[in-house]
Design a protein around this ligand. Structure first.
Ligand code: PRP
Length: 216
C-alpha cells in the first residue's frame, strides 16, 4: 500500500484538524511531540503520512501530488489559485475576509476614490475590487501585521482576515465591507482523487459523519 500523504497548514488549524482525524480513528501520536524537529510523521499501520507546512505552500504540495490531501484555509486556496479539488468545508477556523480601515475611509471607498489597499492577499483584493466592484485601487502587498498600514499612513484601507475583531478594535479600525466568509477546507490532488479514490472517499465520508454528529 502506498502512503496517503496529508499536508496540514501549520498552527492552530493543524491542531484542530488532527483532532478531527483522531475522532475518525486516524492517529499520529508522533506529531504531538512539540519539541521534535521532525518534518514528516508516519502511521505505518494505516499507511499514512502527515506533514506541517506554511499555509501558502499547502496548495502547492497538493497540486504537484507531493501531498494527496491538504488541510488549509479558504483564504490561502483563493489566494494561491492552484489546480486542486476543494472537497469539503471542515467548519473550523471560521472567520471573514474584509475590507477594513478607519471610519473616515468609508466615504472614500464608497465614492470609488483611488485609494491604496494594503494586504497579504493581493489576488483576493484584486479580484474583489477589479472584478466584483469594478473599482480601481492601488494594491500594496504586505506580509504581516496588516492593521499597521492605515495607522501609519501606508494605505487608506486593508483587506485582511477578521476573526474576533479585537485587533481592529484595539487599533481604532473597523470593518467597512465584507469580501467573503472563510474556514478550513480539505483539498485533494486531482490525480489522487482517481488513483486513491477509495481511501480518500472513506476519509471524506467519515469527516462528513463527524461534522453531522458535532453539528459543524
Ligand atoms: C490575523 C489577521 C488579523 C487577526 C484577526 O493575523 O491578519 O491581524 O488575525 O484576528 P482577530 O479579528 O481575532 O483580532 P495573524 O495573527 O494570523 O498574524 P499576521 O498579522 O502576521 O497576519
Amino acid at each position: 500500500m502506498r502512503y496517503l500523504t496529508v499536508a496540514l497548514a501549520k498552527g492552530r488549524l493543524a491542531k484542530k484538524a488532527m483532532k478531527m482525524f483522531e475522532a475518525i480513528g486516524i492517529f499520529c501520536d508522533e506529531m504531538k511531540d512539540e519539541d521534535s524537529r521532525k518534518l514528516i510523521f508516519v502511521n505505518e499501520k494505516l499507511g499514512m503520512r502527515f506533514f506541517l507546512a506554511k499555509a501558502s505552500d499547502v496548495p502547492t504540495y497538493v497540486e504537484y501530488g507531493a501531498a494527496d490531501i491538504g488541510i488549509v484555509g479558504r483564504d490561502t486556496i483563493l489566494e494561491e489559485g492552484r489546480k486542486l479539488y476543494e472537497v469539503m468545508d471542515l467548519a473550523i477556523g471560521k472567520c471573514r475576509m474584509c475590507v477594513c480601515g478607519p471610519e473616515t475611509a468609508r466615504e472614500r471607498l464608497k465614492h470609488h476614490e483611488l485609494i491604496r489597499v494594503a494586504t497579504k492577499y493581493p489576488n483576493i483584493a484584486k479580484d474583489y475590487f477589479y472584478n466584483q466592484k469594478y473599482q480601481t485601487v492601488e494594491i500594496i502587498k504586505l506580509n504581516g501585521s496588516i492593521e499597521l498600514a492605515p495607522i501609519v499612513g501606508l494605505s487608506e484601507v486593508i483587506v485582511d482576515i477578521v476573526e474576533t475583531g479585537s485587533t481592529l478594535r484595539e487599533n481604532g479600525l473597523t470593518v467597512l465591507e465584507e469580501v467573503c466568509g472563510l474556514s478550513a477546507r480539505m483539498v485533494v490532488n486531482q490525480v489522487s482523487m482517481k488513483t486513491e479514490n477509495q481511501r480518500i472517499t472513506r476519509i471524506i465520508k467519515d469527516f462528513q459523519g463527524l461534522l453531522k454528529e458535532t453539528g459543524g
